[in-house]
Design a protein around this ligand. Structure first.
Ligand SMILES: *Cc1c(COP(=O)(O)O)cnc(C)c1O
Length: 470
């Protein structure tokens, strides 16, 4: 596969370069494959559908062709995914896709674990270790730390702002041993990011250490997220007659979004043949993308804190990939777009629980409410020319091509549940009156010893520590 750049289509590079560089430092653009090949028809048609790892293998193959042999790729996937995504029907036209069965209980495990193993694979021949520096405001740090833990040839240093993340998040990223360590920085998330960025541009440091980043713009985090869209779409299609009494439903995937990496992965899966009719881009109060879809003007803004805090992004980085793939009119035909404020998130968690018995987390709750509104009247109003005020929570005024399937009751929704509700226990309890059951792997991490190393918000001290420790 050849990869190009969102800002300069004349760029041609391979998978290894795209992964190891993360982004194109010359243009500031993001890497993107030049094609999204359909997976074999046999794979798409088969009933029952292939299992998650077989789908992962079929989908990953074309992107690493000539760089990772099939047997190595299969071993890598086997090692990355001892868990899978799970489809749970909660009512006849709503399916929840649970993406929290990995070690840190959030969907970022899917991307981070694949990327860690790909980086390790490409680092095999090197006689020096590769040092990953990552600044985190919460969940990315634990997914990356966990994904790289004990992976050969790689070291990870996580920087997080002291006192500014939840106690559970802190435990999840500060208790690793071996090749992963956490620095508890006396400063803000922006300070952490500045320390990391300064290190990357420090020529003297880079002359001594091989440094790399692991942030969410890396193509090796995006591609593997497309696996579960394919898996879920095939699984839902195959059970839709039994569950929904619909033979060939239009499948709409509802994606709670922040940086829009997850949704971009969905677009890739659809290009590769996943039977997905369209998407709902659902956000919290950080509605940069809904506003863009509604008005045509893209305006990044500072992020606002919400209950769905992993989606608190005002300048979503994958906007650049989405617009490299499609123009605005195509996006308006393919996506409905929806946003929800904090009161709406609490009400949504409650209504989902009361009506279906399913405990959903604040991120999934944004998607649940979007789908529930869409199937129960919001699209009808749009079609009748009564678009709501998009500056209030709700749908943007564009009418997607799949609207008629919903109105004709021939559509089902897949709601992506991106985190386990127990990670946001207090918010969930506020809505439902009860604390979610904590999975063993979260319970265990609470018992581990905190190994975070205190660090001043001072580059000279950080650099000295790096040189002395790594
Ligand atoms: C990161 C995250 C999101 C947002 O995903 P994007 O790819 O940034 O759009 C949603 N929910 C949870 C729980 C997350 O951790």
């Amino acid at each position: 596969m050849t990869y190009t750049d969102t800002r300069d289509k004349s760029v041609k590079t391979d998978f290894r370069t795209a992964v190891m560089n993360g982004m194109n430092e010359t243009t500031g653009g993001l890497y993107i494959p030049t094609a999204f090949p359909r997976i074999p028809e046999e794979c798409i048609k088969r009933t029952p559908e292939p299992n998650f790892r077989d789908i992962a293998l079929a989908m990953a193959k074309p992107y690493v062709e000539g760089e990772i042999p099939d047997a190595d790729l299969a071993a890598l996937i086997q090692d990355a995914y001892p868990f899978a995504a799970k489809v749970v029907p909660v009512d006849p036209t709503a399916y929840v896709l649970e993406l929290f069965h990995g070690p840190t209980c959030a969907f970022k495990d899917f991307g981070a674990r694949f990327m860690a193993r790909v980086m390790s694979y490409f680092n095999r021949g090197e006689d020096t270790r590769l040092h990953i520096l990552v600044a985190t405001s919460g969940d990315t740090g634990s997914a990356v730390g966990s994904a790289f833990h004990h992976v050969p040839g790689l070291d990870v240093t996580i920087l997080y702002p002291a006192g500014k993340i939840s106690p559970l998040q802190e435990k999840q990223l500060s208790t690793f041993d071996d090749n992963v360590r956490a620095l508890k920085v006396n400063g803000t998330f922006d300070d952490c990011q500045r320390l990391v960025k300064t290190a990357f541009t420090d020529a003297q440091l880079r002359g001594t250490l091989r440094l790399s980043s692991a942030n969410s713009i890396n193509i090796a985090r995006l591609l593997p997220q497309s696996f579960y869209y394919m898996y879920a779409a095939l699984a839902v299609r195959n059970q839709s007659w039994r569950v929904s009494k619909i033979e060939e439903p239009a499948i709409i995937v509802v994606v709670p979004s922040g940086n829009f990496g997850n949704l971009t992965s969905g677009l890739i899966a659809r290009e590769m043949g996943a039977p997905i009719a369209g998407f709902v881009a659902a956000t919290n109060t950080n509605r940069t993308v809904p506003d863009w879809i509604a008005t045509g003007d893209y305006e990044a803004r500072p992020s606002v804190a919400t209950y769905a805090n992993a989606m608190d992004v005002g300048a979503p980085s994958n906007y650049e990939r989405i617009t490299a793939m499609y123009d605005l009119e195509t996006v308006r035909r393919l996506f409905a777009s929806y946003w929800l404020d904090d009161d709406g998130i609490i009400a949504s968690i409650r209504s989902c629980f009361e009506r279906t018995g399913y405990t959903i987390d604040p991120h999934g709750a944004v998607a649940w409410k979007a789908w529930d509104d869409i199937r129960s009247g919001a699209l009808r109003a749009l079609k009748d020319g009564n678009a709501g005020d998009f500056t209030k929570p709700g749908l943007t005024p564009n009418l997607p091509t799949w609207a008629d399937s919903v109105l004709d009751k021939q559509a089902v929704g897949i709601i992506l549940e991106t985190a386990h509700p127990a990670k946001f226990g207090a918010t969930v309890a506020k809505a439902t009156g009860r604390e979610p059951v904590i999975p063993d792997r979260l319970e265990k991490v609470m018992q581990l010893e905190d190994r975070a190393i205190p660090m001043e918000n001072d580059y000279a001290q950080f650099k000295e520590w790096l040189l002395a420790t790594l």
